[in-house]
Each structure stands twice: as C-alpha cells, then as structure tokens.
Write a protein that binds this ligand. Structure first.
Ligand code: FES
Length: 157
C-alpha cells in the first residue's frame, strides 16, 4: 500500500490529502519498496567498527594524543572528550574511536559523540565511527584517527 493509498483509506481527500502527503518529508526520506528476500542468498555485511585497539602502543612513532584512561573522563561507554580539536569516545567496552571536531558541512568545531555515532550540533550532520557521513548534511565525512590502547594509555595517531 502506498502512502497515498494509506492516507485515502483514512479518509483524507483534496487539500487535506495533499497537506498530509507533503508534510513530514525530509531530505533523507526515500521510498523503498518492500521486497521479500531469500535469507539463504544474503551475504553478511561487515559491521562498522572503530579502529582496532592494540596493546603495542610503544611502536607508534608519531602519536597525536596520549590519554591516561585512569584519569580521563573516558571511563564509560558513550563518554567522550575533546582534546586538541579531536573527539575521542569510548564506543563500546574498551574500544575507542577518534575524529576531528571540525565539521565538513561548515567549518564549525561542533562535532561530539552521541548515541553511538559522531554528530555535529550545528545542523545535525551525522558520521559513523570511521568519520563516514550518515546523512546528507554529513555526506562529505570527517577525518578519523587511528587509536590504540594497552588498557591504561590510549594513543590517538
Ligand atoms: S556545521 Fe556541522 S552540520 Fe553544519
């Protein structure tokens, strides 16, 4: 059933139908027809994961940041800090991700970590843990950094 048919079934007609059809449409909205898929033919998709933590932090020659996890605010999943214009977040237990806080939509340093992704508070650009844009405002993506930790020190490089 299309949106038009659904609204007609609810009794919308004329101007009310047109108003309902044109309201609540966002730039990101797309129409995707429902299709039945044979699950046996689906190839698993590799999930987006943060840079892989490693214990060999001493081999990193040019670290950008070194963060003492014992004294930082990165103690819980979802916590983040902004240091030297880099947003560093604990994205899952013991796993971290780091991106620039400079948004690619406009040059505003308003990128934070929120609800499992990076987010610009200026106009709502969204980025995954690797800085890839997740909506039209964030389509250009942002720079992401590698991270490594030995469980005590987190290195961004
Ligand atoms: S400046 Fe970040 S969304 Fe516009």
């Amino acid at each position: 059933m299309t949106r038009y048919e659904f609204l007609k079934s609810l009794g919308f007609t004329g101007a009310a139908l047109m108003a309902a059809l044109t309201s609540c449409v966002k730039e990101e909205d797309t129409y995707v027809p429902v299709t039945r898929i044979d699950a046996s033919t689906v190839t698993p998709v590799t999930p987006v994961v943060p840079a892989t933590p490693t214990t060999n932090i001493n081999s990193i020659t040019n670290p950008i940041l070194k963060i003492d996890l014992a004294t930082s605010s990165l103690k819980t999943v979802g916590a983040y800090i902004i240091q030297s214009n880099i947003v560093v977040a604990q994205v899952s237990v013991g796993a971290y991700a780091a991106v620039t806080n400079l948004c690619s939509h406009e040059p505003k340093r308003q990128v934070i970590f929120s609800q499992g992704e990076f987010y610009c508070t200026a106009h709502g650009a969204r980025f995954d843990l690797k800085g890839v844009g997740l909506n039209s405002t964030g389509r250009s993506g942002i720079a992401a950094y590698k991270v490594a930790t030995d469980g005590k020190i987190l290195v961004v490089y």
